[in-house]
Design a protein. Structure first.
Length: 172
């Protein structure tokens, strides 16, 4: 029972990651073909729903790579830099928003992935230990694993974002 719980827990985590942050992370990393180009009309400091700074977004006109699809207005989410009006950027689309490689976006989606994985990892380890020991009590050890996994996700996202920003600034 415990081993099955561990496998199911990790399977649910994988499914949620694939469904929620996975497509965004793949687009930011440049996995898959470019969906089209975006002609930038303006860039601005974006804010989240609470009014906190959330990177730089750019608006502009998206021209799909595939023939026959219409051009349309779109937002470049968490742009790598504040692009000049009139410049063109190759983008990948996810849920109606354009993405490009940027340290801020990479850090954000790595963090979200880790925050989803953390609780399921702790639950999976708890199930695994229960299967091994034949008991269900572990004196809150896995609550500490959960907290450590969530903190590690935040730190990892921050470090990945900073490193990606530095690499993009030097080589990009």
């Amino acid at each position: 029972m415990g081993l099955t719980g561990a496998v199911v827990s990790l399977a649910v985590a994988g499914w949620l990651i694939w469904l929620l942050p996975g497509p965004h992370l793949a687009a930011v990393l440049g996995i898959g073909p470019v969906d089209g180009v975006m002609t930038i009309s303006s860039c601005y400091d974006a804010t989240d729903f609470e009014g906190n700074q959330d990177g730089t977004d750019c608006s502009g006109t998206y021209t799909p790579r595939a023939a026959g699809e219409p051009r349309r207005r779109i937002t470049l989410d968490k742009a790598g830099t504040s692009h000049k009006p009139g410049s063109t950027v190759e983008v990948r689309l996810v849920r109606g928003r354009a993405h490009e490689l940027s340290g801020y976006a990479l850090g954000t989606w790595v963090t979200v992935t880790g925050l989803i994985l953390g609780p399921f990892l702790a639950l999976s380890l708890s199930f695994r230990a229960s299967a091994r020991d034949g008991t269900w009590g572990h004196d809150g050890d896995y609550v500490l694993v959960f907290i450590a996994a969530e903190l590690a996700s935040l730190v990892l996202g921050f470090v990945v974002g900073i490193l990606a920003s530095i690499v993009l600034a030097v080589f990009g």
